[in-house]
Design a protein around this ligand. Structure first.
Ligand code: SAH
Ligand code: SF4
Ligand code: F3S
Length: 458
C-alpha cells in the first residue's frame, strides 16, 4: 500500500495546508506512516520566514538523502514557502527531490506524483502563481476533531519590509462567507466545537480578487472559487455569522494587524459570546522610527490606543504579540523603548525573533544591519523580561475558576487525564472522564507552569 509522511515547518497556515495535503493523499489511497523510514513518500512542507527555518529544512533534506540512498524507491516532495521562493533551484541543489510545488499548486500533488512515475527523469516543479486559484475545497485530514483550522483568506498585501509572506503567498484573497460557513457547519456535524480562522491579516477580510478562467488547468478544476457574485462581508460581520452556527462553542482567529483593528471588530469581540477573550496583536517594535522603516503603518501611540479600547471593551482579554529584535538601524534607545513597552503592556505571550535578512524583501537593502552578537543580546533581553512577566502572570491565575473546552486526552498519556484550553488560550490539564471531550467545563486552577496550567474540575 502507498504510504506517506509529512514534515511541517512554519506557521498555522502551513499546518493547515499539511492537513489538506494529507487529505488529498488519503483520497488517493495513501496511508499515513508513523515512521519516516517506512514512508514511500516523504513530503517537506517548508517555511522561509527566517534563515533559521530555511536551515532546518536543508538539514532535514540532508537526512532524507541518506534515507533515500538506503531505499531508492522512496519519493521526496517539497512544498510550502521555500518551494515557492526558490523553485527550480531546490531541484538543482538537491537532485534527489522528485516533486516540488508551490503554495497555490497544492491541488496538483496527485497529478505531479503520477507524472513522475517514480523515475528520476520525471522530476517536476510547479510553482506558478495563478491569480484567484485556491485549494479551499480540498478536504483536509484534520488532527483534532474538537478544534479546527479554517482558512478565511490567503496572501498578504502589507509588505512589511522584513517579510517574505507577500512574495510567497501572493496578494490578499478572501474566501466567500458562504463557503466558510458551510465548511464550519460540516465540521460541527463531525464533532468540531472550536474554530481558529486563519489569515495573515484577518482584519482586512472581505477584499476579493476574482478568479480568472484562463488559469483552470488539469487538477485544479474543482478547486476554483465558485460563484464570484456572492456578496462579501467584512470580518466583524463574518464573526457574527459564525457566532450564529449551532453547536459551535468557540471562535479564535490569527493574525490581526494593529492598523486594521476597527471599532466594529472591538464591538464584535465584546458582544459575540463565542469569540474567545484572546488576541494576537503583533507589535514588532515600540520605536516609531523602526515601525516606519518596517512599513507597519502605525505608531506606538496608535497601537496603544487601539489596544486600550479593546481591553476596555473585553474584560479579561489575553494579548500576545510578535517582537523583532535588531531590525536594521535599531538603536539602543529604540530597543529600550521596546523593552519598556513589554514592561508596560505585560503581554500574556510573545514570539520574539532576531531580525533575519530575507531575499526579495525591502529591508535587506536598508542601511544599518546589526552584527549577530548585538541581535542575539537584544533577543535574549526580550526573552528575559517576558519570562519574568509570564511567571508573574501565570502565578496570579492560581485559585481562579476558568472555563475550559476539553480537547482530548492529556498528551502525557496519563490515565484519566484530560487537556483543554481556557478562553484566553492557555493549555490546562485536569482529571476527568473521556465523555467530557468537546464540552465546556469549569476548572479551578491549582498550579501554573511555564507553558500550561493544572486544574481541577468543579
Ligand atoms: N501575518 C502575520 C504573521 C507573519 S510571520 C503577522 O503579520 O503577524 C510571523 C512573525 O514573524 C512576524 O510577526 C514577525 O515578527 C516575524 N518575522 C517575519 N519576518 C521576519 C524576519 N525577516 N526576521 C525576523 N522575524 C520575522
Ligand atoms: Fe508579513 Fe506584514 Fe503581511 Fe504579516 S502583515 S504577513 S508581517 S507582510
Ligand atoms: Fe513560514 Fe510561509 Fe508561514 S514563510 S511563517 S510557512 S506563510
Amino acid at each position: 500500500m502507498k504510504s506517506f509522511k509529512i514534515l511541517t515547518f512554519g506557521c498555522q497556515m502551513n499546518e493547515h495546508d499539511s492537513e489538506k495535503l494529507a487529505g488529498l493523499l488519503k483520497a488517493e489511497g495513501y496511508r499515513e506512516s508513523e515512521r519516516l523510514e517506512d514512508a514511500g513518500l516523504v513530503l517537506l512542507n517548508t517555511c522561509s520566514i527566517r534563515e533559521k527555518a530555511e536551515q532546518k529544512f536543508y538539514s532535514a533534506l540532508g537526512k532524507l538523502r541518506e534515507l533515500k540512498e538506503q531505499n531508492p524507491s522512496m519519493k521526496i516532495a517539497v512544498s510550502g514557502c521555500i518551494a515557492q521562493q526558490e523553485g527550480n533551484s531546490v531541484l538543482k541543489r538537491a537532485p534527489f527531490v522528485d516533486v516540488l510545488f508551490g503554495n497555490q499548486n497544492i491541488g496538483r500533488l496527485p497529478y505531479l506524483l503520477e507524472e513522475t512515475g517514480g523515475q528520476a527523469s520525471g522530476r517536476r516543479a510547479a510553482t506558478e502563481f495563478p491569480e484567484g486559484y485556491e485549494h479551499a475545497s480540498i478536504p483536509a485530514s484534520r488532527g483534532n476533531a474538537v478544534t479546527s483550522f479554517v482558512n478565511i483568506m490567503y496572501g498578504c498585501d502589507n509588505f512589511c519590509t522584513y517579510c517574505v509572506v507577500p512574495f510567497v503567498r501572493g496578494r490578499e484573497r478572501s474566501r466567500k462567507p458562504g463557503d466558510i460557513i458551510r465548511e464550519i457547519e460540516e465540521l460541527v456535524k463531525s464533532g468540531c466545537r472550536e474554530v481558529t480562522l486563519l489569515g495573515q491579516n484577518v482584519n482586512s477580510y472581505g477584499i476579493i480578487t476574482p478568479p480568472s478562467p484562463s488559469y483552470i488547468k488539469r487538477g485544479t478544476e474543482g478547486a476554483l472559487l465558485g460563484n464570484i457574485n456572492e456578496r462579501y462581508c467584512d470580518f466583524p460581520s463574518l464573526l457574527q455569522m459564525i457566532n450564529a452556527i449551532d453547536g459551535l462553542l468557540r471562535i479564535r482567529f490569527v493574525t490581526s494587524h494593529p492598523k486594521d483593528l476597527s471599532d466594529s471588530l472591538i464591538d464584535a469581540m465584546a458582544n459575540l459570546p463565542k469569540v474567545c477573550n484572546a488576541i494576537h496583536l503583533p507589535l514588532q517594535s515600540a520605536s516609531d522610527g523602526v515601525l516606519g522603516r518596517m512599513n507597519r503603518k502605525y505608531t506606538f501611540e496608535d497601537y496603544m490606543n487601539r489596544l486600550g479600547a479593546l481591553k476596555d471593551a473585553v474584560p479579561g482579554l489575553a494579548v500576545s504579540t510578535d517582537i523583532i529584535a535588531g531590525f536594521p538601524g535599531e538603536t539602543d534607545d529604540d530597543f529600550r523603548t521596546t523593552l519598556r513597552a513589554l514592561e508596560d503592556i505585560r503581554y500574556d505571550g510573545i514570539f520574539a525573533f532576531k531580525y533575519s535578512r530575507r531575499p526579495m524583501t525591502a529591508a535587506q537593502r536598508l542601511p544599518g544591519h546589526l552584527p549577530e552578537n548585538v541581535k542575539d543580546e537584544r533577543l535574549y533581553k526580550v526573552l528575559e523580561v517576558q519570562d519574568r512577566i509570564m511567571r508573574e502572570k501565570i502565578g496570579a491565575r492560581v485559585g481562579l475558576v476558568e472555563e475550559a473546552l476539553v480537547e482530548g486526552p492529556d498528551k502525557s498519556g496519563a490515565r484519566g487525564r484530560l487537556t483543554g484550553k481556557t478562553t484566553q488560550g492557555k493549555i490546562v490539564n485536569f482529571d476527568g472522564p473521556p465523555e467530557l471531550v468537546g464540552r465546556l467545563v469549569q476548572v479551578k486552577i491549582i498550579e501554573g507552569k511555564k507553558h500550561s496550567l493544572a486544574g481541577k474540575i468543579i
